[in-house]
Write a protein that binds this ligand. Structure first.
Ligand code: KIV
Length: 264
């Protein structure tokens, strides 16, 4: 049976860590399903790791629909989240709904939207109409040019306070989960302590309710620069993809990953 958002909320309440990896195709989806992952994110990081772009900005709705369909065919048990690509949700809640509906029809159980307070109305609109939404705060890659690069966010006191406020606002708007990317571990810990929905960290320390990594980073097949929060599980597990994924799941569940060396 497929894992549901309620199952993930129960894991949070029971103190069980939630495991997530990005996934873009049916074969890896089946492998990750078998490895016991709880959730798969069809991330727009596919723009970097599959398409070879320098950012996620060129990824289209059509790309996301296609890859979500592929993942949904391969994964029978995991909860699937589809990213809303740049330009498909910022203009109006109505347009966001139509685009999110395409991703849900492709096989996702939730869509992910980058951004804080300005997304309030859109998140309410979608969740009130039956589309679960995962928020994404901190380093939001679709805003890379506004942020001035891929940098750690929330270090200054006012930025940290804004992020705490944004997390509360997203939850009040109906977000069922929040990804926290590249923020200080102490800030992620504060957000997590205040949150009533699971927080999933990537470069956000060990206290989040769950962890996510980009699959191609974990397997060390992405040729680009590695962020500090990436761990090369291929090396740690001795060269087998299945063993690398199994070790990631084990280390997230036991709290061994991320270590201090992967955190800010
Ligand atoms: O697109 C993606 O892979 C993501 C993760 C980095 C969280 O949004």
């Amino acid at each position: 049976m497929r894992i549901t958002l309620s199952n993930l909320h129960k894991m949070m309440r029971d103190g069980e860590k939630i495991t997530m990896l990005t996934c873009y195709d049916a074969s890896f989806a089946a492998l990750l399903d078998d490895a016991g992952l709880d959730t798969l994110l069809v991330g727009d990081s596919l723009g970097n790791v599959l398409q070879g772009h320098e950012s996620t900005l060129p990824v289209s709705l059509r790309d996301m629909v296609y890859h979500t369909q592929c993942v949904a065919r391969g994964a029978k048990r995991t909860f699937i989240i589809g990213d809303m690509p740049f330009g498909t949700f910022q203009v109006s809640p109505q347009e966001a709904f139509r685009n999110a509906a395409d991703i849900m029809a492709a096989g996702a159980q939730m869509v992910k939207i980058e951004g804080g307070r300005p997304m309030l109305e859109t998140i309410s609109f979608l969740t009130e109409r039956g589309i679960p939404v995962c928020g994404h705060l901190g380093l939001t890659p679709q805003s890379v040019h506004q942020l001035g690069g891929y940098r750690v966010q929330g270090r200054a006191e006012d930025d940290a306070q804004r992020l705490l406020d944004d997390a509360r606002i997203l939850e009040q708007a109906g977000a069922g989960m929040i990804v926290l990317e590249a923020i200080p571990a102490t800030l992620a810990s504060q957000v997590t302590a205040a949150a009533g929905v699971p927080t999933i960290g990537i470069g956000a320390g060990a206290d989040c309710h769950g962890q996510v990594l980009v699959l191609h980073d974990l397997l060390d097949v992405y040729p680009g620069k590695k962020a500090k929060f990436v761990k090369n599980y291929m090396k740690s597990a001795g060269g087998s993809i299945q063993d690398a994924v199994a070790l990631y799941v084990e280390e997230v569940r036991s709290g061994k990953f991320p270590g201090k060396e992967h955190s800010f």
